[in-house]
Design a protein around this ligand. Structure first.
Ligand code: MEV
Length: 320
């Protein structure tokens, strides 16, 4: 038997960094999906095939002992499941996805899709809450830090609200978001940037604490704007949020160029998304000026991505 599952990537909308420090965060799932096929093997091994001709075989008894970076999330995901549900024989996982990840949550999507496909293969029932817990534990095992917001988007889809890291994510009911997403051309390293902000907070707790608190308050207001489709109010909040991220030191010249280009072309608001240091920005853009914003982003060196938000969460596509 072979089971195929897919899970979406994500775009952090609000609460970037703040959500790691006890504040709320909001993300939307993206139609930028990662697929995993799981099948059984006779021998007690985990075999993994990943894009880029990556092949790995590990004895199930040694799972977790010495993970490789290219397959660490699959190894951790299978390890989380097998810690409670040891199969007779082994498992083969084949993962696939878009050629470029753009920093849009590929690790969490692969982790969630691996867990969903493997659980179905082994006939282990996982509801979304349990899937979230296992996937979050797997991501923390590999990264050592993270709010769980990206895992929440991969599991639930749509727009998700996390009251704080460790809380149960809520799926919001929102209209389609008028977003334009652009890649800055530079990959960012989330773990280092999360550490950088934590260090800044440790050096200036009286300043950085309130900045993170303001980002949290923006999330609470942004949630209402998203649910009610109040885009021009949300645009103002988006720009204020960008100022806070700039003050945390995670903005870059190329992100700034894209953000200013989008705003000057008539976007309602624009900010970087995620850890900063590169990767993507998004602009909230009414249809009437969308073409102008897209052209301005391209002229400023951005790669405008044809990716839809509010995408469905993890799903099983087939069993053969
Ligand atoms: C990264 O996509 C978003 C951060 O807030 C980290 C996290 O939430 O785990 C910077």
């Amino acid at each position: 038997m072979q089971v195929t599952a897919s899970a979406p990537g994500k775009l952090v909308l609000y609460g970037d960094h703040a959500v790691v420090h006890g504040q709320p965060g909001i993300a939307t799932a993206l139609n930028h999906r990662y697929q995993v096929q799981a099948s059984r093997l006779d021998r007690a091994v985990l075999q993994i095939r990943a894009p880029g001709s990556v092949e790995r075989e590990i004895s199930l008894a040694r799972l977790g002992a010495n993970p490789r970076p290219a397959t660490a999330f699959v190894e951790a995901a299978v390890g989380q499941l097998l810690a409670r549900n040891a199969p007779a024989g082994g498992i083969r996982i084949v993962s696939d996805g878009p050629a470029q990840s753009f920093g849009l949550g590929s690790s969490s999507a692969i982790t969630v899709a691996t867990l969903a496909a493997t659980a179905r293969l082994l006939d282990v029932r996982l509801n979304r809450a349990r899937l979230y817990d296992l996937a979050r534990a797997a991501v923390l095992e590999v990264q050592g830090a993270g709010s769980g917001l990206d895992v929440a988007a991969a599991v639930h889809g749509g727009c998700v609200y996390l009251e704080r890291s460790g809380a149960r994510p809520e799926r919001l009911s929102t209209p389609d978001l008028p977003l334009v997403i652009a890649w800055s051309g530079r990959k960012a390293g989330t773990t280092n940037l999360v550490r950088q902000v934590s260090d800044l907070r440790a050096r200036h707790p009286d300043l950085v604490g309130p900045v993170l608190g303001l980002a949290g308050r923006i999330c609470i207001r942004a949630r209402a704007c998203l649910e009610e489709g109040r885009w021009s109010d949300l645009g103002e909040l988006t720009d204020i949020h960008q100022g806070l991220l700039d003050s945390l030191g995670v903005n870059t010249a190329s992100l700034s160029r894209l953000i200013m280009a989008a705003r000057n072309a008539g976007a309602l608001g624009a900010k970087l998304s995620g850890a900063g240091g590169g990767d993507c920005i998004f602009a909230l853009t009414e249809d009437s000026v969308r073409a102008k914003v897209v052209a301005a982003l391209r002229a400023a060196g951005g790669d405008v991505l044809d990716i839809e938000s509010n995408a469905p969460g993890v799903c099983i596509h087939g069993e053969t």
